[in-house]
Write a protein that binds this ligand. Structure first.
Ligand code: CP3
Length: 346
C-alpha cells in the first residue's frame, strides 16, 4: 500500500508546520447522526459499541463523510469510551441519554480495572483502520484518536457525562494516590492504543481532552498537562515522526502552557478562544479550529462572516480548519457542503 507523505496532503503539511492555501479542513465527529446513511448503518446494530467493534460497518461509517464532502482527512469511527470498556468497566450507550458507566469511585474499583482484556476489545478498531486505509485515496490520511486521561477518567468516575465533573474533581482532590493510579493506567493503555492505531495505518493522532476546562491551574497541570506529556512521550518514543494534535477544550489561557509543555505538534482550539489569541499560538505551533458548531447549524450570513474572519486571521500561517467542538446531529448537510466550499475557495 502506498503511504501518504506530508507532501501529498495539506492537512499533513499543516501539521508539519507549513501554511496552505486553501487551508485543509476536517470536522470533529464528521461521521454521525446528521447523515442519513449513518443512521441507516446504525440501525443495523443493537448498540453503539457494537458499531464501533464491527470493522466492516465502522469502516463504512468512517468513509461516509468523505464521499459527500471534499475533506482533507478521515477520522476512524470509534469512541473515547472504548478504553474504559477495554479495561473491564461496564459501558453502555443509552439511546437519547448518552453514555452510562458503572462508576469507579474507590481504590477497590480502580484495582479491579485490568489491561489483560484490552488487546482483544481494541483489535476491531485496528481492523477498521486497516480497512479504511486500504479504501482511501492515497493522498487522504486517516486520523487515529483517544480521549485524554483526565477526560476519560471523568466519565469513569461520574458514570457518564456531567456538567461540571464534580465527582471526578472531588475524587482527584481527596484521593490523590488512587486517582493517580487510574490516570497512570489510562496513560499506559492509551499509549499502546495510539501506537497500535498508527501501526494499523493512522497517519496522525488527536487526543480529545473535552473536559480540560473544569480544573484550576495547578490541578490542570497535574491531571491534564503531565499525563498528556507522558502519553505523547510514550507514543513518540516508539513513533518519533507521528504528528499529534492536542485538544484541551475549555483550557482558556492555560492552552498556552499546555501547548508548550506537552510536546504536541498542533493544538485544537474550542469556540471560546479568540482567533487573535490563536494567531499568537501559531507563532509556536500549528492551530486547528474553531468554528462554533451552532453556526454550522444556523448557516446563512452568520456562518459566512465567521468563516471569513477565521480564515483571514489564521490562514496565512499553519492552520487546519475545524469546528470548536463536534458536529451536532441537527446540522443540515447543505451547510456542511457550503462550509467546505467556502474554505476551499478562499
Ligand atoms: O469524529 C468522528 O467522526 C469519529 C467518531 C467519534 C465519536 N465520538 C463517535 C460518537 C469521536 C472522535 C468521539 C469522541 C468522543 N466521544 C468525545 C470527545 C469529543 C467531544 O465530543 O467532546 C467524547 C466526550 C465522547 C463520549 C461520548 N460518545 C458521548 C458523551 C456520547 C453521547 C453524546 C452523543 O453525541 O450522543 C457519545 C456517543 C457517540 N460517539 C456518538 C457518535 C457518532 C453518537 C451515538 C449514536 O450514534 O447513537
Amino acid at each position: 500500500m502506498l503511504r501518504v507523505t506530508s507532501r501529498d496532503n495539506s492537512f499533513l503539511k499543516a501539521l508539519a508546520g507549513q501554511a496552505n492555501s486553501p487551508a485543509p479542513i476536517w470536522l470533529m465527529r464528521q461521521a454521525g447522526r446528521y447523515l442519513p446513511e449513518y443512521r441507516e448503518v446504525r440501525s443495523k446494530v443493537a448498540s453503539f459499541l457494537d458499531l464501533c467493534r464491527t470493522p466492516e460497518l465502522a469502516a463504512e461509517v468512517t468513509l461516509q463523510p468523505l464521499r459527500r464532502f471534499d475533506l482533507d482527512a478521515a477520522i476512524v469511527f470509534s469512541d473515547i469510551l472504548i478504553v474504559p470498556y477495554a479495561l473491564g468497566q461496564r459501558v453502555e450507550f443509552v439511546e437519547g441519554e448518552g453514555p452510562k458507566l458503572e462508576p469507579v469511585r474507590d481504590a477497590r474499583s480502580v484495582a479491579g480495572l485490568s489491561r489483560s482484556g484490552a488487546t482483544e476489545v481494541l483489535a476491531p478498531v485496528y481492523e477498521t483502520i486497516e480497512r479504511v486505509t486500504a479504501a482511501l485515496p492515497k493522498a487522504l490520511p486517516l486520523i487515529g484518536f483517544c480521549g485524554a486521561p483526565w477526560t476519560v477518567a471523568t466519565y469513569m468516575v461520574e458514570g457518564g457525562g456531567s456538567k461540571e465533573q464534580a465527582a471526578a474533581r472531588l475524587f482527584a482532590y481527596r484521593e490523590r494516590a488512587t486517582f493517580q493510579r487510574l490516570i497512570d493506567l489510562l496513560v499506559e493503555t492509551s499509549a499502546d492504543y495510539l501506537v497500535n492505531q498508527v501501526k494499523a495505518g493512522a497517519r496522525a493522532l488527536q487526543i480529545f481532552d473535552s473536559w480540560a476546562g473544569s480544573l484550576p491551574e495547578d490541578e490542570f497541570e497535574r491531571w491534564c498537562i503531565v499525563p498528556t506529556k507522558r502519553l505523547v512521550e510514550l507514543v513518540k518514543a516508539r513513533l518519533p515522526e507521528i504528528p499529534i494534535i492536542g485538544f484541551p477544550r475549555g483550557a482558556g489561557v492555560l492552552a498556552e502552557r499546555y501547548a508548550r509543555e506537552t510536546d504536541i505538534d498542533a493544538i485544537g482550539c474550542d469556540t471560546s478562544m479568540p482567533v487573535g489569541w490563536m494567531r499568537r499560538l501559531q507563532e509556536h505551533l500549528p492551530v486547528q479550529g474553531n468554528l462554533d458548531p451552532l453556526l454550522l447549524v444556523a448557516g446563512g450570513e452568520a456562518l459566512h462572516t465567521r468563516v471569513g474572519a477565521i480564515l483571514e486571521t489564521l490562514g496565512q500561517q499553519p492552520f487546519i480548519f475545524n469546528l470548536g467542538h463536534g458536529i451536532l446531529p441537527e446540522t443540515p448537510i447543505e451547510h456542511v457542503t457550503r462550509l467546505v466550499n467556502l474554505v476551499k475557495k478562499s
